[in-house]
Design a binder for this molecule. Structure first.
Ligand code: NAP
Length: 355
């Protein structure tokens, strides 16, 4: 049986703990498919897993990475709806078909082995076929798995976004930039916040949001968001900071609006922690935790991005070597990127594509 290269984390103290291992290409059961991975998209979670700060269960010696796109190489004898040659993505949690996430046991690159490998075997039930007409690259498709589904879940999983509503996203990372693309395609007014004028300038020219706010220069960005919405407030907020930003979010939200709590990147002095229940009550708003989303959302998202031919920004692609993968992880860790950082398997060495 032929071997392939996989990356594992025998220890989890830093992104440099990643090691390359030669292993046998996995064999498949009758309900599984074998996928040749073409691209892996990195998330903030991957840095947390590698450095030991991820706040959920991670298996020993895990293969990291949750987001892959690739081609089916072979299918089990009982698989009916997928065939060799199909372009596919795999759902973030291979056992999560519908409804809210109930545990962390089967999330790829956490509770179970992930996708940073040349070949992966997965249950056919966790795999979503990419329509032949979809224009997106493998990197863009891989990026739909975690940040894509999380954004979709935020915008449609509880109080569905309506055309004409306003969506505010915090920061210019993967979740937020994906949410901007989806919200614009749905006819929403969009507001992007960032710590960097340089990033906002790029976002303005590349994504054309309706408004941008530098949250460093304007710490009371809620007042500006209220002004931009004629005092009405924002209908949907993609909450990336968590405890450090939620007070501003509740100030910016329209009465009855929804704040999707997704990230936890901003801290606050414990003595300054906001009284979230009281603030939410007074604003009549929904504060909803969002944990990625089930396979059925990945399918809905795939249909939408194919039909609307939506394209997703990849800041930089790296090669499938230990050196390049660590550089990719470090790029995400450094936070200088806008949107996504990816690893591509059949990458011909040359200058990295930087957008
Ligand atoms: N709940 C879930 O299911 C789920 C799914 C995916 C991600 N997440 C979480 O969501 C967060 C973002 O993930 P990602 O993959 O999009 O990360 P990412 O691509 O690394 O982007 C992170 C961005 O967060 C922004 N940011 C940092 N501190 C901020 C603050 N105080 N206020 C506003 N924005 C701030 C920065 O934007 P600027 O540089 O422009 O300021 C940065 O670019 C992480 O905490 C991640 O763990 C959760």
């Amino acid at each position: 049986m032929a071997s392939h290269t996989v990356f594992r984390l025998p220890s989890r103290t830093s992104v440099t703990d990643l090691v390359a291992v030669e292993e046998r290409i996995p064999s498949i059961s009758k309900h599984e498919v074998l996928i040749k991975v073409r691209a892996v998209s990195l998330n903030s979670r991957d840095i947390q897993v590698a450095s030991g700060t991820y706040p959920a269960y991670v298996k020993e010696n895990v293969i990291p990475g949750s987001d892959a796109a690739g081609d089916i190489i072979s299918v089990g004898e009982e698989v009916r709806d997928l065939v060799k040659g199909d372009r596919v993505v795999v759902s973030f949690d291979i056992a999560h078909m519908y409804g809210p996430q109930k545990d962390f046991l089967t999330g790829q690159g956490g509770g179970v082995d992930g996708v940073l490998a040349q070949y992966i075997a997965r249950p056919a039930s966790s795999v979503v076929k990419v329509p032949a007409s979809a224009p997106q690259s493998y990197s863009e498709l891989a990026s739909l798995v975690c940040t894509g589904v999380t954004s979709w879940n935020a915008l449609y999983g509880n109080m569905p976004l309506k055309p004409g509503q306003t969506v505010l996203v915090q920061g210019t990372g993967g979740v937020s930039m994906t949410a901007v693309v989806l919200a614009k395609a749905a006819g929403a007014t969009t507001i992007v916040t960032s710590s960097s004028d340089e990033k906002l300038e790029f976002v303005q020219s590349h994504f054309q949001p309706d408004h941008c706010i530098n949250y460093r220069k304007t710490p009371d960005w809620a007042s500006q968001a209220l002004e931009l919405t004629g005092g009405k407030g924002v209908d949907h907020i993609i909450e990336i900071g968590g405890i450090g930003t939620i007070e501003q979010s509740i100030r910016a939200i329209a009465p009855g609006g929804i704040i999707s709590v997704i990230g936890y990147l901003a801290s606050v002095d414990p003595s300054q922690r906001p009284d979230v229940p009281l603030l939410a009550l007074l604003k009549n708003c929904v504060v909803r935790g969002v944990l990625v989303g089930p396979r059925c959302m990945l399918e809905d998202l795939m249909t939408f991005v194919d039909r609307r031919k939506l394209r997703f920004h990849i800041a930089k692609e790296y090669a499938f070597t230990r050196e390049d993968i660590i550089a990719a992880y470090q790029a995400v860790e450094a936070g200088k990127h806008v949107a996504k950082v990816c690893i591509v398997m059949d990458w011909l060495r040359g200058p990295c594509r930087e957008l």
